[in-house]
Design a protein around this ligand. Sequence first.
Ligand code: HGY
Ligand code: MN
Ligand code: MN
Length: 417
Amino acid sequence: MAAPAQNLRIDGDRLWDSLMEMAKIGPGIAGGNNRQTLTDEDGEGRALFQRWCEEAGLSMGLDQMGNMFARREGTDPDALPVYVGSHLDTQPTGGKYDGVLGVLGGLEIVRTLNDLGIRTRHPIVVTNWTNEEGTRFAPAMLASGVFAGVLDQAWAEDRRDAEGKRFGDELDRIGWRGEEEVGKRRMRAFFELHIEQGPILEAEGKDIGVVTHGQGLRWVQCTVTGKGQHTGSTPMRMRRNAGRGLARITELVHEIAMARQPNAVGAIGHIDIYPNSRNIIPEKAVFTVDFRSHELETLTGMVDELLSKAPAICADLGCAFESEVVGQFDPPAFDPDCVASVRSAAQRLGYGHMDIISGAGHDACWINRVAPTAMVMCPCVDGLSHNEAEEISRDWARAGADVLFHAVLETAEIVED
Ligand code: HGY
Ligand code: MN
Ligand code: MN
């Protein structure tokens, strides 16, 4: 298959305008977005994406987990489609680009092919995966995990948010559950464009990250149980303070990751204290440890060390300790041929690029189990993400979408007139 011509480029201004338009839906309080999965705002964002897809002549498929599949026909209807996409849901204090750049970058490829009248042999399908973030309904990458057959659909639909609302009920409530069975689609390949969400590309002065691998992840939800008592009248020696267990385990998690540098990270991002009253000694602390590494042995070693030490720490405080793994995936290695098409696209287009390991999890990490998959990354300012101040430049968005365009086009095969 001949490589796409060097002058084939997407319309960076149109992509940027679409990003800004989508960012108006589910605005945050500090310039970013709060468009959490299966909220009304998520429904609005889906409707806008659907309208844009229909305006681009795409036919929309929707499966039972709310995954959206907007299809542009190829000349060979039997050829497996090339999928391209990411997610439209955001963190509660999310940015405008995490996930959205990958979905709208895929749409921009279709818009450009329409403008240029280019036909491809393989169909192209632009995808929005439901609940990539996993912040309202754990775990992350929930619907792509069901699609890849690694997560059970009934289990996924029973996941509950902090208010006890059920995933399946919320999907029905916003009206975005399709009839299509999940995971029956077969793909020629899947490509995902995503901001790096880390500082490496910007620091190295590169416009493109060629993602060869991803980090594996373990989310260990811990429960420390002590005794709720009066903060004023209870003698110190009688206290069983669950908050102290949280504090000591927070430090332990940091030490476990620091002992494995540079190939490990660990932190506790989700914390609930009960009853969370100013004058009651914390009775219970529920929190999630987030460990990551691209080395499986390092990742499992961190979990083992946590679970070997945490019970004794809590016992010493007169508290009980329980844990449950609520999210996990092993370190993925992406498809060498797809990765090569990303790398050659960056070279052909003259963008500075480097191989990189993804620090964050992505839907591509699961889809990599069922189809040849690769990712394209662009920098973000100061490496900041999962923060409303997340920012990228127009040039970075354009570069990422150009490389995505060429990788998709090379795989979907241009049909010469
Ligand atoms: O948690 C992650 O890595 C992804 O951003 N959901
Ligand atoms: Mn993301
Ligand atoms: Mn994210």
